[in-house]
Design a protein around this ligand. Sequence first.
Ligand code: NAD
Ligand code: DAU
Length: 339
Amino acid sequence: MKILVTGGAGFIGSNFIYYMLEKHPDYKLVCLDALTYAGNLETLEDAMKNENFKFVKGDITDREAVRKLFGEEKFDIVVNFAAESHVDRSIETPEVFLKTNILGTQVLMDASREFEVKRYHQVSTDEVYGDLPLDRPDLFFTEETPIHTSSPYSASKAAADLLVSAYHRTYNFPATISRCSNNYGPFHFPEKLIPLMIANALADKPLPVYGEGLNIRDWLYVEDHCSAIDLIIHNGRVGEVYNIGGHNEKANIDVVKIIIKELGKSEELITYVTDRKGHDMRYAIDPAKIHAELGWLPATKFDDGIKKTIKWYLDNKPWWENIISGEYKEYYKKMYDGR
Ligand code: NAD
Ligand code: DAU
């Protein structure tokens, strides 16, 4: 079995590569990644030592390069993680989101059709459903919830999902889609809430909480997302969407306070800043379908997962300190100064 993992030098893709190399030691994995600001080859250092793993630098929107790779490698399965993934960046610079997330998906699907890939999996997000109100805790996103996007990021992911479904219906393209809630864990880029708060707290820097910090996210330990995708690509039904989430809803401010407590820091570091434009209030996944059909259940509870994650950031300082010392500094200044 040979699997193409796009975006594997990023957060979830790299965790998926490590998960699969361990779970299926006989599989061959090829990672295609453009190494944008979010991709990091250091993350794949250990994978590079495995003879069943190969890294290829390339852009999923580069049709010729993608065709060439597919022609050479003859993949059985394609799992598309490659994307521009940060909502705040999509508000500043939407265009690259449309290019990578929509056109890149089309290029990968065209190559998958031409070279008769047996299964194409699109890694999507719960953000395609928009948000839920805070005063209706009884509501959850199901696979039937209408697409209703808020940010250029979520709109681009939703457009890609529609294209995947259209390829399935029109060409009988063997695709599946998964829509997961917020992930956390090792190798999470420090522009996102949890790693940003860990890095800032360790440096005794302000912890910038958007608005009142009441927005709710449904957190899932990244390995549980990986196990769900592994099940879908092997046993999921073609043409289907699977929601992934573990009923772990938390308000942002509570997540920040948990991190502060774990690190023994002061809540005085919390700084309320101007809210994100169009900020989604609440995400909450109903994972009944993937549980009933594929037997998936998350293995890691938030209390344990956040401790493991904080320990990982403490044990792997060079990984993230390297990132925040580079061009990230400029990004941070632009997004947070005077906010
Ligand atoms: P990330 O930003 O950490 O990583 C994205 C990776 O894609 C990087 O390695 C980057 O170099 C690569 N990439 C970007 N543009 C590319 C291009 N044009 N060609 C090739 N490679 C390119 O993202 P992530 O958080 O790991 O998210 C991975 C996927 O999972 C995305 O599709 C995202 O929408 C989805 N998702 C993320 C979350 C989450 O909580 N992070 C939750 C649900 C779904
Ligand atoms: O739900 C899945 C999505 O989760 C993925 O599709 C996205 O790729 C991923 O980035 C994530 O999106 P969010 O916008 O939910 O994640 P982020 O970490 O950017 O923000 C989480 C919450 O924390 C959100 O309500 C905004 C808030 N926040 C974020 C940052 C970076 C702050 O209050 N302060 C911050 O500095």
